[in-house]
Design a binder for this molecule. Sequence first.
Ligand code: MBD
Ligand code: FE
Length: 258
Amino acid sequence: MGDAAENLDTNHPRVKAVVEDLVDAISGVFQKHNVTFPEYRAGFFHVIKTGQAGELGLLMDMLLCQRVCDIEMQGRRGTRSNVEGPYYLPDAPFVTDAAKVHDDAEPLQIKATVRDLEGNPVPDVEVDLWWADPNGFYSGYKDDYPKDYYRCRTKTDNNGQYSIRGSLPKEYPITKEFHGPTGKLIELLGRQGMRTMHIHQKYNKPGYLPLTTQAYFEGSNYLDEDPVTAVFEDLTYKLKEENGVPVLELDIVLDPAG
Ligand code: MBD
Ligand code: FE
């Protein structure tokens, strides 16, 4: 979750309530399956290994994050909230035309119109975009991979629109060939290990509820078997084409705050 992670406020009354219920729920699962001591140890050892591999964020986001997005959506309207994922980085380069991608990356024009619930365009929305490179990896997560690639910030114009030249995101491998403990767990769950193509977005403007969401691509690989279980039809777009370049045309709706 990048720097956006919140610290646990141990004095907050909800912490006690939620953690107690969490322990109750897990205890119930142990009881149901007669979990043995070796199984208990093997289980939490796997969690420790996942942490040591730097994959706890990946694991949590894969298994649980969308459930929180779904709860958020029960209390708001507009475009669906969707998993932020483990690869957001703040302070991406601000651009108005193109994000930095490698020369051999297949181009994608990312266009959007941002509207309010009445259909009026919303100007001056701060936008964050980030996506996987042609090899399915995110910039900034390897020492030799500068973090200003395949991610940018921009803002909507007076018509509530932006248009950014980016690149086609590649399927993201959570499998054990590329990753460790999380891939192994996916295999054990009988899920396949590739995230379907997606573009992450954040929208922020005072007076509106902040939105973190993703766009998916109609007809793309693994769309119906995404291991993160966060693909929704209303976030799935059919690619268009202009002058031989694929175009993603997003319709985003923001819910006014308060
Ligand atoms: C990703 O790229 C992602 O967006 C999520 C939610 C989980 C794993 C990898
Ligand atoms: Fe992602």
